[in-house]
Structure formats: structure tokens, C-alpha cells
Design a protein around this ligand. Structure first.
Ligand code: FAD
Length: 811
């Protein structure tokens, strides 16, 4: 065995082998894969081989699309058949809500170029004549989808990788991974050690064991998943004999199962309630290429539903029950990207649809390792989207929930119940008493909206205007007319200090750093190509000390980036402050009145200007007041010692009674920010769009000196842009606003996509944010937006339809 390689991939399932293949394809033939037993011996050998393109996530959708296209070329490239049966994939709908989900998904599909067609009940019956179509209101068909033989696919990828110079060692378990003094990784096996620059962990059900070798708590625990295969059915035998086409992969989402033909019988795979997490403390050494005993009782309701829908399923006996471990994560999406806190250690784990995702995940990870960045926005699968809060107990409960929720309707405003409440700000109980209906972000409970007296504090999720619509409207109105208070404790916060702090941050962000102590700047960290990876609000606390605030959900993502960029000479120090500092936002025309009653600091416009901060007392508590907010009103963020939050909250509520102070939630904040055309990382800000495409011109200063992404951004501008950020007014709305990911059309052609939308209560209009072709971005341009299957007229309008001159913010 070699003693040195550029990269070592651990794990010979479909995901590891695809990573190896794509690394070799990018020219890194000096790549070695180590497999503890045989290729496919983990979960891959017993997978059902389905390749569902359907996925509500923008990142995962693109990954799946790549895989399905690429798998079709492998046989020709390698000479190894992969058994791709392009039979299509038909998902059924029994309710209008389900159909709304499909229409919403179809928007994402169309914007990323995935082909979908809607089917009527009659068309479904024609396609699958032996199904009972009663009660169906329609369906969605992916004609390019189907199934594959997972083991053959893995072997084809392995052959392709070897052809390009990569090496595979089977029966070579990795026993330890160490970091050498020279900064390399040393991967240890019984057959010898390999020193390498990069390590990729692609070990499926063993992810946590592999993580432990390097002190990493990888947030993946498997769950049991079963499918049943029947004996051959005479009708299916007959159909094959007559050359009739195979039925598409068939999913009755409302009964939570998939079905396809298998060796002239049927294969049924339910996603049932009560499937247990497994290998919580690691895979025992006794479990090799094994399965768990089948548990048909658990599948009973789904078997009955399948028989009702496809009666011939009940007419033949069960030949085989396959019950195997399937890697899972709390949100059901995989973990693809860099490990936090470790250089050159990469994760390709947590794949619950790993056969489908392997191609795209291997491709993007190889881009990331070789080029230093992926080419598609990978936020939805980045391993750093979870934090330390994702304990073993949390993962077990959340992963079981994610499994059980595979077929629930994925409402855009869905909030799942497991492990809640968990991370709570001190004011949680007070907010609850005031009617808060909470959502969860990065484990934190945050009020989404407030139910007034007499209204049940409960969500009724919908792709249309939901039960909270008018209550959110009232919250917005109170912010606009009086003053509101919002809990933003979940914000990520840290301090950067030391003699090298200014130079360090200056190289990292595209904006000029705030010059004077007490000034605040909105600063974006670009990636090497000039796209936007992070947004920080930065306040200068001292000549060499800065306070940084960024999105709560991206805490590990942002802080890991900062930590990895720190100079080795110790001249810059990073201190994480998230769980020490709480944040309450007060905003609205009476915000100054309110705060002036609880502090002796001078809050006049002259003494406390917009985009500045000061350290002042609020009640008894020493606070940092920052005159910024994300809702476009006069307001301050109060950053405070977390343990003093309730004192501050009570002080504000008492002082604010006669000013009309009321709490507001995240949903109101979102409506208010859309009216200001404020961008958000993950939607309007992404590595897929140049900072200029996102309209960040006033925050980007290429002449300030060098910073990461500068030259690439300037070169991108010279090449010309494909997109321009726009704000749209949407017409002809009855009960469904844009939500994000809707296609935008001009003359029947897709010319862009919406990234967010909602009703703007201050302007009284339905609005959307998005990107269009630059030649169509001028205000006044008429386009169309597809909302839940209906094309609606939309007009591009000037940015910030509410208060474009920021008069309220500067008041
Ligand atoms: C019943 C069932 C049906 C499924 N059906 C589908 C489907 O239809 N479509 C779909 O997309 N997905 C399906 N899946 C999921 C799919 O099987 C997995 O997502 C996929 O196989 C994961 O691949 P992987 O390469 O990540 O992991 P694995 O296939 O488990 O591979 C990991 C490999 O790492 C090796 N390894 C671990 N530790 C070490 C070490 N220390 N040193 C060296 N090697 C190590 C293991 O031996 C193993 O071979 C199904 C799963 C189940 C259980």
C-alpha cells in the first residue's frame, strides 16, 4: 500500500466511491479509497435504487439533478452496466394541500431545470391501469427519473475512478486518524499508514465512529428502513411478455410509501411511524453485511393503503423483507462539505437518499476540495448547519422525526415538534404568556408570531395565506405606528481582537471597516469567485477590537470560517459570544421615546446617529445599543448580558405600556424586510450570485485594497452578469403570495426566479424579491410569476418600496 496520497477517502459505499471518482476526474488521480470490508457492504448493497428528483431543497435538488443525468453516461464511459431504468416517477395527490406542495416544488424544479409534468386522475389511470385512481385529485410526474442497481452503479464509479488513476483498497479498515507536526493527516490501518493532505469521511452508518477518531461529533445517526418485495404477479409477467411498459416508480405521499416493479413482482417501501434510530453508540463489530429482522406490524397501515390503491399488491405473497440501517440527519438532508475546526477534513455523510445524491455530492465535494469552493449553493447540506446543541439524544429524536416526516407535506412554514423547547432565551416564558407561537432555528426557540387573546396560539401551515396572516399584519402595523419588541437572541455573535484584528477583517470583507470607535458597518465576506458567503454587522469597539453579529442559523458556518482564516502568529483572537449575549430589538417611530424612558443616555439623533453604537444602561443592565435594525424603522438592537434579559424585558414592557409597545415575531420581521428589499444570506445572497448581482454595490469597495474575492468579482463584472437583483410587485393575488423559488417568465420564457415573497403591510402590496436577466431588470418591466401553478402579473419596481430614502431609520 502507498504511504502517501493527496487525498484519502474512507468508505467504499456509493458516496465514497463517487467522491473518489470525481476527485480523479478533476485530475487528482493520487487518491486512495479505504474500505473496511467490500465495496457496497454498508447501506448501499440493500438500497432500493430509487432516484427521486423530487426535493424541496434548492441545494439537494441540484445535487439530485446532476446524479440522474450523470448516471446515464456511466455505462458508456466505463463499460459497466448500472441498470438505470428510466421509468419515470409519479407522485400522487389526494388533497389540495398536497397539490399545492407539488406546485410549489415545481417552481423550484423549473428554476433548476428539472422536468416535471402535472397529471390528471385520468392520465394516472392510463399510465398505471391496474391502480385504483379513486380519490386522487392529480399527480406530478418526473419523466426523467427512475431507479438503478446501486451495487452496479458503485462498481461503475469504482472502475471509472481506477481508470483515471485512483486506488481502492478493500478489507482495509481505518483504525485511527492523526494530525502530524508537518500539518498532514496520517490515516492508520492494519496494512500500514497513509500520509495525506486531505481526508474525506464517507462512512455511512459509521460516521460517528469515524468522527470520534478526530474529535468530531458528526450529526448523523441511522434509522431502520424497510421494504417488501412480493412474489411475481401473473399480470406483471404478462405485461412484460407483451412488451408493455413498466409502471413508473409510484409514490402515494398521503399514505407515505413508494412502490415499483421488481422482478415481475412489486417492491413497497413505507416511511412509517415508530421506525427506531439504530447504532446510536456506533455499529457493533458483529454487524457486517447484515440486515435487521423485518417488522411487518409497523408497516401494516401502509400495506393496507397500498393494497387499496394497487389491489394486485395484495394478490401475491411476500417474498422478502429488507430492513436495513439508513443514515439520517435532523432535517433529512445530507452533510456535504468541510468539517468545522479541522483543516482539510471533509464530510460526505448522513445520506438517506445516498444512491440518488452520491453523484452530485461527490461532484460538489471534489470541486470544493480541488478548487477550494463548490459551484452550487451548498448551504442546505453544509455540515456546519448544525451546532453543538445537536447532542446524541437530540439526533436520535430528530432523526426518527425526519424519517417519519419524509412524506408529510413540506410546508414552507412548517415547524417540527421533536426536541422542543430546547434552547430558550430567558424571555421565552414571558413571550409565551404574550401569545408567542414559536419556531426553531439552530435549536433556539424564536417567536414566529403572537396570537391575540381568544386566538389559539397554533400554526395552521399552508402554502397560501395561513391562519396567522392578519395577526402578523397587526404586528407589522404596530411596529409601523408605535413600537415593537423582537427577540433576536439567536443571532451569532463574536469578538475579533488583537493587534492584527483590523488587517484580518479588512482582508475578509468587501466593505470598508467602520473607522471610528462606535461606528457600525454592514460587511460581506465573499468567496474566491466573488459570490457572497456571509454577512456580518460589524461594530468597532476599540482600535483593535470588533464586535460581529451574523445570522443565528449560520453560527458554526460563520465562526468556523473566521477561525480557519486566523493568522498563525496569534495576532488575532476570536471569542464566541453567542450564548453570553442576548438581543432584543425595539423598532418603530416611538422606539426613541421608549428607550429614553429606561436609559439616561442621550438618544437624540445628534447624540446617537444611525449606524452607531454605544454602551449604556437599560434599567440596571449594562447594554450595547446598536442603532440598526432589519425592519426599516427607527430602532435599536439591545445587546445585553443574557442573564439580565428578563430585567430588561420587564423594564421595557412597563415603560412601553402607554406607547403601545407590543412584541412581534420573525414572520412580521420577514414581511418588513421584504418591503425594504433587505437581502438575506441563503436566498438573495449566495455564492451562486456575484455580490454585484445581488445589488451590493454600496457595500463593495474594490479600491479599498485587496480582499478575498475582489479580483474575481472585478473579472466577473468585466465578463458580464447573468442576473440582477430585483423587487417585484405581484398583481392579481387572492390567497397565495410568493414564498421564494417561483420561476419568473417573460414571453413564456423563464428569465429568473423569486427568492422570497409575502405581503407588505406598510405598502399594502404583495411583493417578491428575486433575480432576473439584467436586460429585464429596469423598474416598470412587466413579467409573470408562477405561484402554485398560476401565472400572475408582476412588475419590477424600484428597490425598497417602503421608505426608499431611509427617513424612518435616520429619524
Ligand atoms: C432498505 C433501504 C432502502 C434504501 N433505498 C434507497 C433508494 O431507493 N434510493 C436511495 O437513494 N437511497 C436508498 N437508501 C439509502 C442508501 O442505502 C444510502 O443512502 C446509501 O447507501 C449511503 O451510502 P454511503 O456510501 O454513504 O454509505 P454506505 O453504503 O453505508 O458505505 C459506507 C462504507 O464505509 C465503510 N466504512 C465505515 N467505517 C470505515 C472505516 N473505519 N474504514 C474503512 N471503511 C469504513 C463501510 O464498510 C461501508 O462500506 C436505502 C436504504 C435502506 C436501508
Amino acid at each position: 500500500m502507498k504511504s502517501h496520497a493527496r487525498v484519502v477517502v474512507i468508505g467504499g459505499g456509493v458516496v465514497g466511491v463517487s467522491t473518489l471518482y470525481h476527485l480523479a476526474k478533476k485530475g487528482w488521480g493520487d487518491a486512495v479509497l479505504l474500505e473496511r470490508t467490500e465495496l457496497t457492504a454498508g447501506s448501499t448493497w440493500h438500497a432500493a435504487g430509487l432516484l427521486p428528483l423530487f426535493n424541496m431543497s434548492y441545494s439537494v435538488g441540484q445535487i439530485h439533478k446532476y446524479s440522474v443525468a450523470m448516471y446515464q453516461t456511466l455505462e458508456e464511459e466505463t463499460g459497466q452496466p448500472v441498470g438505470f431504468a428510466k421509468v419515470g416517477n409519479l407522485r400522487l395527490a389526494n388533497t389540495r394541500e398536497r397539490m399545492d406542495e407539488y406546485h410549489h416544488y415545481a417552481g423550484t424544479a423549473r428554476t433548476i431545470g428539472v422536468n416535471v409534468e402535472f397529471m390528471t386522475q385520468a392520465e394516472i389511470k392510463e399510465m398505471v391501469p391496474f391502480c385504483n385512481a379513486e380519490g386522487l385529485i392529480g399527480g406530478i410526474l418526473h419523466p426523467d427519473d427512475g431507479y438503478i442497481q446501486p451495487a452496479d452503479l458503485t462498481m461503475a464509479l469504482a472502475r471509472g475512478a481506477r481508470n483515471m488513476g485512483a486506488t481502492i483498497h478493500q478489507h482495509t479498515p481505518v483504525t485511527a486518524i492523526e494530525r502530524t507536526a508537518s500539518g498532514e493527516w496520517l490515516v492508520k490501518t492494519a496494512k500500514g499508514d497513509i500520509a495525506c493532505e486531505h481526508v474525506v469521511s464517507a462512512t455511512g452508518n459509521y460516521a460517528r465512529q469515524t468522527g470520534r477518531m478526530v474529535g468530531l461529533h458528526i450529526p448523523s445517526i441511522p434509522v431502520e428502513h424497510q421494504f417488501i418485495v412480493t412474489e411475481p404477479h401473473p399480470l406483471l409477467i404478462e405485461r412484460r411478455k407483451n412488451g408493455e411498459r413498466e409502471m413508473p416508480v409510484f409514490r402515494e405521499s398521503d399514505a407515505s410509501y413508494y412502490m415499483r416493479e421488481e422482478r415481475q413482482g412489486l417492491l413497497l417501501g413505507p416511511y412509517e411511524k415508530g421506525a427506531p434510530a439504530c447504532f446510536v453508540d456506533g455499529v457493533p463489530s458483529t454487524f457486517e453485511k447484515d440486515l435487521f429482522p423485518g417488522d411487518l406490524d409497523r408497516l401494516e397501515p401502509h400495506i393496507e393503503a397500498a393494497i387499496a390503491r394497487v389491489p394486485l399488491f395484495g394478490e401475491v405473497g411476500v417474498k422478502e423483507v429488507v430492513n436495513g440501517p439508513i443514515p439520517y440527519t435532523p432535517d433529512g438532508s445530507p452533510l456535504v462539505g468541510p468539517a468545522w475546526g479541522l483543516p482539510n477534513f471533509w464530510i460526505n455523510e448522513g445520506h438517506s437518499f445516498g444512491v440518488t445524491a452520491a453523484g452530485g455530492a461527490g461532484w460538489q465535494l471534489a470541486e470544493w476540495i480541488v478548487e477550494g469552493r463548490p459551484t452550487i449553493d451548498m448551504l442546505g447540506v453544509d455540515p456546519r448547519r448544525f451546532g453543538d446543541y445537536a447532542s446524541k439524544a437530540y439526533l436520535k429524536a430528530k432523526n426518527e422525526e425526519a424519517y417519519e416526516h419524509v412524506f408529510v407535506i413540506h410546508y414552507h412554514d412548517e415547524e417540527r415538534p421533536a426536541c422542543r423547547p430546547y434552547r430558550t432565551a430567558p424571555c421565552y416564558e414571558r413571550m409565551k404568556t404574550l401569545g408567542a407561537v414559536f419556531g426553531q432555528k439552530f435549536g433556539w426557540e424564536r417567536p414566529n408570531w403572537f396570537a391575540p387573546e381568544g386566538v389559539e396560539p397554533k400554526d395552521d401551515w399552508s402554502f397560501r395565506r395561513a391562519n396567522y396572516f392578519e395577526h402578523v399584519g397587526n404586528e407589522c402595523r404596530n411596529v409601523y405606528e408605535n413600537v415593537g419588541v423582537l427577540d433576536m437572541t439567536a443571532f451569532a455573535k463574536c469578538q475579533i481582537s488583537g493587534p492584527g484584528a483590523e488587517a484580518f477583517l479588512d482582508r475578509l470583507v468587501a466593505n470598508r471597516l467602520p473607522k471610528a470607535v462606535g461606528r457600525i458597518g454592514l460587511c460581506h465576506a465573499l468567496n474566491q469567485t466573488g459570490g457572497v458567503r456571509s454577512e456580518f454587522t460589524i461594530m468597532r469597539d476599540a482600535p483593535n477590537r470588533f464586535y460581529l453579529v451574523s445570522a443565528g442559523a449560520l453560527e458554526r458556518f460563520d465562526l468556523d470560517y473566521l477561525a480557519k482564516q486566523l493568522p498563525a502568529d496569534g495576532s488575532v483572537r476570536l471569542d464566541r459570544l453567542t450564548t453570553q449575549v442576548g438581543v432584543l430589538v425595539v423598532a418603530g417611530p416611538r422606539a426613541r421615546d421608549l428607550l429614553q424612558r429606561v436609559t439616561d443616555a442621550d438618544l437624540s439623533n445628534e447624540a446617537f446617529r444611525w449606524l452607531t453604537g454605544q454602551f449604556v444602561d437599560v434599567g440596571l443592565a449594562p447594554c450595547r445599543l446598536m442603532r440598526v435594525n432589519y425592519v426599516g424603522e427607527l430602532g435599536w438592537e439591545i445587546h445585553h448580558p443574557l442573564e439580565m434579559q428578563n430585567h430588561i424585558f420587564d423594564t421595557l414592557m412597563a415603560a412601553g405600556q402607554e406607547l403601545g409597545l407590543k412584541p412581534f415575531g420573525i414572520r412580521a420581521m420577514d414581511s418588513l424586510r421584504i418591503e425594504k428589499s433587505y437581502r438575506m444570506v441563503g436566498t438573495e445572497l449566495s455564492i451562486e450570485y456575484a455580490a454585484y448581482e445581488s445589488g451590493l454595490d454600496r457595500f463593495v469597495h474594490p479600491n479599498k485594497g485587496d480582499f478575498i474575492g475582489r479580483d474575481a468579482l472585478v473579472a466577473w463584472r468585466e465578463r458580464g452578469f447573468d442576473n440582477a437583483f430585483v423587487t417585484l410587485e405581484v398583481g392579481d393575488i387572492t390567497d397565495a403570495d410568493a414564498l421564494g423559488n417561483e420561476p419568473l417568465y417573460k414571453g413564456g420564457e423563464i428569465i429568473g426566479r423569486a427568492t422570497a415573497g409575502g405581503f407588505g403591510w406598510r405598502v399594502g402590496k404583495s411583493l417578491a424579491l428575486g433575480f432576473v436577466r439584467p436586460d429585464l431588470a429596469a423598474p416598470g418591466t412587466e413579467v409573470e410569476i408562477e405561484i402554485l401553478g398560476n401565472r400572475k402579473p408582476a412588475t419590477i419596481i424600484a428597490e425598497s418600496p417602503y421608505d426608499p430614502d431611509n427617513a424612518a431609520l435616520r429619524a
